[in-house]
Design a binder for this molecule. Sequence first.
Ligand SMILES: [Zn+2]
Ligand SMILES: [Zn+2]
Length: 363
Amino acid sequence: MEVIKHYEYLHEIPELGFNEFKTSEYLKTTLKNAGFKIQELDKTGFYTELGSGDEIIGLRADIDALGHIIDNIACAKHTCGHDAHMSMLLCAALKAKEQNIIKNKKIRFIFQPAEELGSGALKMIELGACDNLSAIFGMHIRPIQECPSPKAIASMYYAASAAIKIDIVGKAAHGARPHLGINAIDIGVSIIDLARKIYIDPNKPSSIKATRFICDSGVTNSIPSEATLVFDLRAQHNESMQEMKEKLEKIIVNMANTYDAKINYEYLINIPAAIIDKKLAKICEEVIVDTLGEDNLIKEQFTPGGEDFFFYPIKLGIPSAFMGLGVDCSPGLHHPQMQLNKNALENGVNLWLNLIKKLENLK
Ligand SMILES: [Zn+2]
Ligand SMILES: [Zn+2]
């Protein structure tokens, strides 16, 4: 199968966000050799189009790998399946051209860098990847527990996710004279304690928790003046995320006042929750039934994971839909030993092709 050949090649050249040079080159060369014109956007992100209609619909695949530490060695590895995503979209583009199935519309195949950094989609928007799009579709492989092969999910409801880094600056002092210092550990602990008392409507799933707390003055008998805290925030709805952020920011400001310390914060990750268009979701359901059969359709799935794809509908104000594909991925996404069933990748190619056919005939 052609898709497996591309997947195997891309799997062996994993590259981190905005550095997907070999990956992007391979995709572009393959497309160019098949007669496609490439619109380069930055060093790695690009799109290519098929068809000539006035209406342009975007299909997006992400192309970056994750950074792992395996056997004490830092390395890039495709453990989120983006190698599968780009192989499937690449094959769909090649086959759509070969079979000449696009006549009434224009389909834009978008290859996006740096999804894992949470900023690739924003970069693509800034560089015009989505200019004049009337809708956009995405697809992600799913863990076996959620969606075994050959099932597929019509609507993936990703959560909003954020990571906030908080830098605390207190005042150093001798351990014997704590009243002369401002202890950064005390401040960090107070913030963590109060953050645990942020309550959001439990009917709308959300969570907030500290995921990093670094503080070490180098000795055990002095009051530490500096600490760094990171919180991971998740919410199934954008409103809950907003509420959680506002409450946490208020705590930070109040703790700075209470302890007479300096506290700065910044968002390292800030990804919105899924916004799925009902009409497009219905089209995805029909595509899955046509491609894989009624028994293999899962209508919707909620996940606390984040996906930067949803910047497209939010920033551009266009409808979007996002499918999940079962490829027997185990033990799970982002696991350093993640495995998948390569034979299931053809299902993704066929889903894209049948979606294109359906969009073609849509009034
Ligand atoms: Zn990922
Ligand atoms: Zn991913």
